[in-house]
Design a protein around this ligand. Structure first.
Ligand code: NAD
Length: 348
């Protein structure tokens, strides 16, 4: 039975990816995750007795651990998602971002290079290292500038985006120097089920439902592209199976929206579900230092070359997301109380 190794599979995108993978393929998935505050094993509780999902608690900075896992499970691919991912946290404590996003990626690449070098010719040819990155590496755009293409230069502005850009450069170098068959994806902002409520969309939903203020950074006119997480997961699968080694692919939702527009939409959809006025909770707070004004992603290449396009519009995706948070009070309560950490001891 063939196997893939995923890093960071207990996080937001990893959870959605694994649940979808297990539902739609027969292939085993080894999930290496350190379980930082952002990793939640309860998300994967439905797979506890499913031999297709093998969970391993471990750090991507631990070279020996990674090499042992590669030798033991002989994956045909690595999908690298583990990262420190929250921009605000990177402003207050950049060290973890350097450690995991740069050093961790380097250690993973090193282990992958040695493992790949020892594979038979045919397995070597088919092996892939897929690095999941972000559009934030490209920096900020003015209002009317064309969207980022794959060739846009890196101009990261936060410790988070700088650490991701560094990891992208390492991944690129391992292809050019050693021939490692890498693929890199640059995706815009994701939203959907299981997202930790420190990120914009779940924070607004959770605060609104609790009657708490909805904090908007500055004037709220910062523009982002938004992609429903299940569409991102499909795109990763398409890139893994059809992408050209050494290439990078932008992934986006064709949904450029300002933060304030997003918050208004959440308030309005919630109002339809709950018959309450949520816009009154909106509160403007001091802007984030170095806050990028606009990201926009040109995702023509992945559509043209690999045939992928998102299925959800923002309007359909946000309704599904809000519905999920309304139906999963217990998940939110567990995350807020810290009880989700107990799932490590209970299940593994
Ligand atoms: P997340 O913060 O929800 O999850 C990250 C996961 O990585 C957690 O489970 C955490 O425990 C794990 N992890 C952290 N440090 C680790 C380490 N040293 N060793 C092993 N595991 C570790 O992040 P996410 O939103 O799911 O993002 C996943 C990837 O996608 C990241 O690389 C991120 O940069 C990228 N990305 C995210 C978005 C987004 O909008 N969420 C957009 C584009 C790209």
């Amino acid at each position: 039975m063939s196997t893939i190794l995923i890093t960071g599979g207990a996080g937001f995108i990893g959870t959605n990816f694994i649940l979808d993978w297990v539902k739609n393929t027969d292939e085993n998935i080894v999930n290496l995750d350190k379980l930082t505050y952002a990793g939640n094993l309860h998300n994967l509780v439905s797979l506890t007795n499913n031999p297709q999902h093998i969970f391993v608690q471990g750090d991507i900075c631990d070279s020996e651990r990674i090499s042992t896992l590669l030798e033991r499970y002989q994956p045909r691919a690595i999908i690298h998602m583990a990262a420190e991912s929250h921009v605000d946290r990177s402003i207050h404590g950049p060290e973890y971002f350097i450690q995991t996003n740069i050093t961790g990626t380097f250690r993973l690449l090193e282990a992958a290079r040695h493992y790949w070098g020892d594979l038979s010719v045919s397995r070597k040819e088919n092996f892939r290292f897929l690095h999941v990155s972000t559009d934030e590496v490209f920096g900020t755009l003015t209002k009317d500038a064309p969207a980022f293409t794959e060739n846009h230069c890196f101009q990261p502005n936060s410790p988070y985006s700088a650490s991701k850009a560094s990891s992208d450069c390492l991944v690129r170098a391992y292809h050019h120097t050693y021939g490692l068959p890498v693929l890199t994806t640059h995706c815009s902002n994701n939203y959907g089920a299981y997202q930790f409520p420190e990120k914009l969309i779940p924070l607004m939903i959770v605060n609104a439902l609790a009657g708490k203020p909805l904090p908007v950074y500055g004037d709220g006119q910062q523009i982002r592209d938004w992609l429903y997480v299940n569409d991102h997961c499909q795109a990763i699968r398409v890139v893994l199976e059809k992408g050209q080694p050494g290439e990078t692919y932008n992934i986006g939702g064709w949904n450029e929206k300002s933060n304030l527009e997003i918050i208004h939409t959440i308030c309005d959809v919630l109002q339809q579900f709950q018959q309450k006025d949520y816009r009154a909770l909106i509160t403007h707070v001091a802007d984030r230092p170095g806050h990028d004004r606009r990201y926009a992603i040109n995702a023509h290449k992945i559509e043209r070359e690999l045939g992928w396009r998102p299925l959800e519009t923002f309007e359909t995706g946000i309704r599904k997301t809000i519905q999920w948070y309304l139906e999963n009070h217990d998940w939110v309560a567990e995350v807020q109380s810290g009880d989700y950490r107990k799932w490590v001891e209970i299940n593994y």
